[in-house]
Design a protein around this ligand. Structure first.
Ligand code: BF8
Ligand code: SF4
Length: 629
């Protein structure tokens, strides 16, 4: 069994907990992944369609069986439609998360959201100005209301382009206009994607995919960007901080509460409630040494970025965190929450709490949070968690003895520019001088198809050793944190140029930029670099990578990176190999359309060479020195 666990994860805490899961007879995501083997070949290649009930249909990839569905759709159409629907789902998820934040902003403006406030008025004013609102002389709440309404209009269809697209370099916007990718409204593009892929609408696979990219852009420069900006306005712009990561952040003697999901609207109120003096007192009275709030996945990232909250693990660790037996309560909002986790929790004393009207789970207690009631709800839950401490079964508790890894977090664009002394110039100078060869956003998930965290660790260690600055978000950031990449000590693993620059700036070689919606911070940063240099994003020596992606949201992120001009590497193959036309467009043809493509390579070592070669080629094209790879 131990050897099997070694194949599942590279993490020490993960292996220890897999062993405990076996002993406790708890099933995990890896067991269920095994039970699914072999996966359906039609689905893996994108060749199955169930868009209508003349089907379901499938196209035979070997040319022997049917080559068209009942309606006549061929492999190209079916694969393109399936991919477009995947991207639409990803865009909808992130953008709806943004919408929820805008609704909180509006309630704050109306004085109906007692637990929330405007933490960053300066950002409120600057974003409002970007929306063309008159800001002078207005009080924060009036402006917040006007901004919320203006953002809500971005979701509708009344405009020719989403507002924050103006942040992209002019050259990039001209490309989008030329190829018909300018996103008009956030909801409009997702809705249109579903329309186009209905039977008998768009049957030109190229046109379907061009729209899919427009849909992805509506998320990247629309819904996700709104999510990040409003989070900063409501909860503060992240600033560099110190935190810790891995399962060792759970504490034996304390009430452990884990927040899981994505939207800080819920988890921020839990942070506040955990500091309430009467609850801390009650925890002591119950024999606990305090209340220990930790995060997993992206809501954990949001809290780590803004509060330095400790991080217990990423996507594939979410069940294993419960297997410690030391969690009094897990509070979830939405996205990436495996429905299995309430089964896992049922083997221990852990209380599982769902909070969103749109995300309910079997086996969880549902406590619906609204902007009006959030703080009271959070207090009530923390109280229940404290009371649950005495129900802990010490015979089933074992937190692996790993020392929490130190982490530097909180590197928002504002914080990065701050570390650079107020302008992007020092970074540009370092790139021009060749000390930093370029930058890569390593982002995305875990996936049991790839050894847990292996793809991230391997790729990133190669990149930093080759003087490439890494920015991370999402579950990758947890993998990197646990590997120790986000400390100044990690500069020992960096190439000499990167080490010199990061040492001078006092930053690690891998910068934590945030959660998955915060990938837009990377778009903002590369736009600032391109605008300063007077070039397009596609001219920069930069790349993106999702070495272990699983989610529809990650597919959308990959698409908006590519459509924004950034070569993007994917580890696992998306379900497109049923159409070589689609594969060729994604990996080659898009170069002529948007100046960037996808690169697909499951082996992180090989992927690092593809990325390094790309960066050196971009350097050469800019007239900078380039190394042979
Ligand atoms: O939005 S990285 S597994 S938790 S999808 Fe999910 Fe992937 Fe993690 Fe965050 Ni992003
Ligand atoms: Fe079959 Fe066409 Fe219906 Fe898809 S849309 S299920 S290919 S008939």
């Amino acid at each position: 069994m131990d050897a099997l666990h070694d194949n599942y994860t590279v993490t020490e805490d993960g292996r220890a907990l897999l062993k405990k899961a076996d002993n406790d007879q708890v099933e995990t995501v890896w067991d269920r992944h095994q039970a699914q083997q072999p996966h359906c070949g039609y689905c893996e290649t994108g060749l199955s369609c169930r868009n209508c009930i003349m089907g379901p249909c499938r196209v035979d990839p070997f040319g022997e069986g049917p080559q068209q569905g009942v309606c006549g759709a061929d492999a190209d159409i079916i694969v393109a439609r399936n991919l477009a629907r995947m991207i639409a789902a990803g865009a909808a998820s992130h953008s709806d998360h943004g919408r929820d934040l805008v609704e909180v902003l509006l309630k704050v403006a109306e004085g109906k959201a007692a637990g929330y406030s405007i933490k960053d008025p300066a950002k409120l004013h600057s974003v409002a100005a970007e929306y063309g609102l008159a800001v002078d002389g207005k009080d924060d709440l009036t402006l917040a209301g006007e901004l919320a309404h203006a953002m809500q209009e971005d979701y509708g269809t009344r405009k020719s382009s989403v507002t924050l697209l103006a942040r992209a370099p002019e050259k990039r916007r001209a490309i989008w206009e030329k190829v018909g990718m300018t996103p008009r409204g956030i909801d409009r593009e997702t809705s249109e994607a579903m329309h186009r892929t209905h039977m008998g609408v768009d049957n030109d696979w190229v046109s379907i995919l061009v729209h899919a990219m427009r849909n992805a852009l509506s998320d990247g420069w629309g819904g996700s960007m709104i999510a990040t900006e409003v989070s900063d306005i409501l909860f503060g712009i992240p600033q560099p901080n110190k935190s810790t990561a891995n399962i060792g952040v759970l504490q034996d003697d304390k009430v452990n509460i884990v927040v899981h999901g994505h939207n800080p609207v819920v988890s921020e109120t839990v942070v506040a409630a955990c500091n309430a003096p009467e609850l801390l007192k009650q925890a002591e009275e119950n024999g606990a040494g305090g209340i220990n709030l930790v995060g997993v996945c992206c809501t954990g990232n949001e809290l780590m970025m803004r509060h330095g909250l400790p991080m217990a693990g990423n996507h594939l660790m979410t069940e294993l965190v419960l297997v410690t037996g030391a969690v009094e309560m897990m509070i979830v909002d939405y996205q990436c929450i495996m429905p299995s986790i309430s089964q896992t929790a049922a083997c221990y004393h852990t209380k599982m709490i769902s909070t969103s009207e749109k995300a309910k789970f079997p086996g969880m207690e549902h406590h619906e949070f609204t902007p009006e009631n959030a703080y009271q709800k959070a207090e009530g839950l923390v109280k229940a968690a404290v009371e649950n401490f005495s129900r802990r079964n010490q015979n089933r508790v074992a937190i692996p003895a790993v020392r929490p890894q130190e982490v530097v977090s909180g590197l928002s664009v504002e914080a990065i520019i701050g570390a650079l002394g107020g302008t992007p110039d020092p970074l540009i100078d370092a790139i021009k001088a060749g000390k930093i060869r370029g930058a890569v956003g390593v982002v995305g998930c875990n996936n049991p198809k790839i050894k847990h965290d292996y793809g991230h660790r391997e790729l990133t260690s190669q990149l930093i050793a080759n003087d490439i600055l890494v920015l991370d978000t999402g579950c990758v950031s947890v993998a990197h944190a646990k590997a120790g990449f986000k400390t100044l000590d990690a500069l020992e693993q960096a190439g000499p140029g990167l080490k010199e620059i990061c040492t001078a700036l006092g930053i690690p070689p891998v910068l934590h930029v945030g959660s998955c919606v915060d990938n837009v911070r990377i778009l903002v940063l590369v736009s600032a670099l391109a605008n300063t240099l007077g070039c397009d994003i596609s001219d920069l020596p930069v790349a993106g990578s999702a070495p272990e992606w699983y989610s529809e949201k990650a597919a959308t992120i990959g698409c908006y990176f590519v459509a924004s001009g950034v070569l993007t590497h994917l580890g696992p193959m998306p379900p497109v190999t049923g159409s070589m036309n689609v594969v060729n467009l994604l990996t080659k043809g898009l170069e002529d359309v948007v100046g960037a493509t996808f690169a697909i390579e499951p082996d992180p070592q090989k992927a690092s060479r593809i990325i390094i070669r790309h960066i050196e080629n971009k350097r050469k094209a800019l007239g900078l020195d380039s190394r042979d790879v």
